[in-house]
Design a protein around this ligand. Structure first.
Ligand code: BES
Ligand code: ZN
Ligand code: ZN
Length: 489
């Protein structure tokens, strides 16, 4: 799907489907209707005149301008309440409907909103590409529908004159998000540490950043006992993926992504119901890779380092076990109380490794705890960290992109819950505050840098379709971090 700007009035644009946005406010809608009648030269737009179409968000009325040209009236809800998220949802609704009627081109009239023109256009573009996403690679008989190939965004107004640039940016960011979704949705028999590393190398080649892959021997000699321990039960050896972009910039941000390509729980095995979802336990890694793709595509002026410990957590004769003590990259030891709390064990090595880059910030993303899903559900990412300014920036980026984050307290009192009698720290903290004790574990391994931890267990894995994401991997984190990186100083 290609996003294109046309400095032309919508009624003159050639497209199979033409979309005009309308509002719920009655007087406004009547005015908009009059304008439509004039522009499209139709005697009547019955959906509006009959009162059937109210202009509510997600409402679509289809008019036929001819047998092969449709005019969609698409509701945006009340004008004063139109947010960037409204625009994403409305665009997604329209493209999905247009694809169903086998349109191959669609044209949107860019609506008037209270938002900056660039933001309005980016939101519409994102909704268009993300809304059309399907994970149908493995279906030998695909769902019957057309393929939308081009979306035009149309306006004659001067304020939208730089729309082409906004659309090109939206295209890059949305495609990076889709690639993160594809990686997360790919099954465990396709994506395991070696193939995740290969995917990173391919993305690096395609998008213009560097990827260095450390193999099992190198991981072992570096002393990354967490990565080594967790991966021992699997026939797939671990990989440690290092991405790098923008070396000449002086400001360094390290992104760390949990890359558990499948999490059975190991010896502390998970119940089988729902275990299949754990093919997405590398969603943090996918988000980091997608962010690199977007940052390189947008040529962001930042030095980015990506660290992805990649392992498969399996039970077996060689598995690490409860009671084992692991020694991590920085020399600290951890007692394994539960092999299903594996994410923190591999992240510990990566977070300690991050120190060598002297970063201005380190952000880790991980599908880390079921407890975070219990606390926040699927609509907010749990955030903890050691720096208010960094977390404020992430919060702002979350509101803008609607990949919202919510801070949980990392109070000192929680630290004692992960105290061990035999090692420096224990990998589980008992029944309460599981998202927080997991973050406290990570905090034990960070270096002298600003750090934020994002627990994306609920937001990366969707149990139900959203407005512009099907059930499954959401690709969360790509838009959030890209927006964050644009503003972080
Ligand atoms: N990958 C899981 C967390 C998870 C759960 C992600 C649900 C997405 C959806 C993680 O490795 C895990 O198993 N955590 C345990 C920790 C517990 C043993 C302390 C959990 O949350 O139950
Ligand atoms: Zn686990
Ligand atoms: Zn896990």
């Amino acid at each position: 799907m290609k996003l294109l700007f046309k400095k032309e009035a919508i009624q003159k644009v050639k497209a199979d489907t033409v979309v005009v946005f309308l509002h719920e406010d009655k007087a406004l809608r009547e005015k908009e209707n009059q304008a439509l009648l004039k522009r499209f030269g139709k005697p009547s737009l019955a959906a509006i005149e009959s009162g059937d179409f109210k202009g509510k968000l997600s409402e679509i009325a289809i008019n036929y301008l001819s047998s092969d040209r449709r005019l969609f009236l698409a509701g945006l809800g009340e004008k004063s309440k139109v947010s960037l998220e409204t625009l994403r949802r409305a665009a997604a609704g329209a493209v999905k409907r247009a694809r169903k009627s086998r349109s191959s081109t669609i044209a949107f009239e860019i609506p008037q909103t209270q938002h900056a023109p660039a933001d309005t256009i980016t939101a519409l573009g994102e909704g268009t590409i993300l809304g059309l996403y399907r994970f149908d690679k493995y279906l030998t008989k695909k769902e019957e529908s057309g393929t939308l190939e081009q979306a035009f965004f149309c306006s004659e107004e001067k304020r939208f004159s730089s729309a082409s640039k906004s659309l090109a940016e939206a295209q890059i960011i949305a495609e990076a998000t889709i690639h993160a979704r594809d990686l997360a949705n790919a099954p465990g028999n396709e994506i395991y540490p070696e193939t995740l590393a290969k995917a990173a190398e391919d993305a690096a080649e395609r998008c213009g950043f560097e990827a260095t892959i450390l193999d099992e021997g190198e991981i072992e000699s570096l002393g990354m006992g967490g990565v080594m321990g967790v991966s021992r039960g699997s026939s797939h050896p671990p990989r440690f993926i290092i991405l790098e972009y923008g070396k000449s910039s002086s400001r360094t941000v390290v992104l760390v992504g949990k890359g558990v390509t499948f999490d059975t729980g190991g010896i502390s095995i998970k119940p089988s119901a729902g275990m299949a979802e754990m093919k997405m336990d590398m969603s943090g890694a996918a988000a980091v890779m997608g962010t690199f793709e977007a940052a390189a595509g947008l040529k962001l002026p930042v030095h980015l380092v990506g660290l992805i410990p990649a392992v498969e957590n399996m039970p077996g004769g060689n598995s690490f076990r409860p009671g084992d003590i692991l020694r991590h990259y920085n020399g600290k030891t951890s007692e394994v109380d539960n092999t299903d709390a594996e994410g923190r064990l591999i992240l510990a090595d990566a977070l300690a490794y991050a120190e060598r880059y002297k970063p201005s910030a380190v952000i880790d993303l991980a599908t880390l705890t079921g407890a975070c899903v219990v606390a926040l559900g699927h609509y907010a990412t749990g955030m903890m960290g050691n720096d208010a300014k960094l977390m404020e920036h992430l919060k702002a980026a979350g509101e803008k992109t609607y990949e919202r984050v919510w801070e949980l307290p990392l109070y000192d009192e929680y630290e004692k819950l992960i105290k061990s009698d035999v090692a420096d720290v224990k990998n589980v903290g008992g029944r309460w505050a599981g998202a927080i004790t997991a973050a406290w574990f990570l905090k034990k391994f960070i270096g002298d840098y600003r750090w934020a931890h994002l627990d994306i267990a609920g937001t990366a894995i969707l149990e139900e379709a959203g407005d512009y994401a099907p059930k499954g991997g959401s690709g969360i984190g790509v838009r959030l971090l890209t927006e964050f990186l644009r503003h972080w100083k």
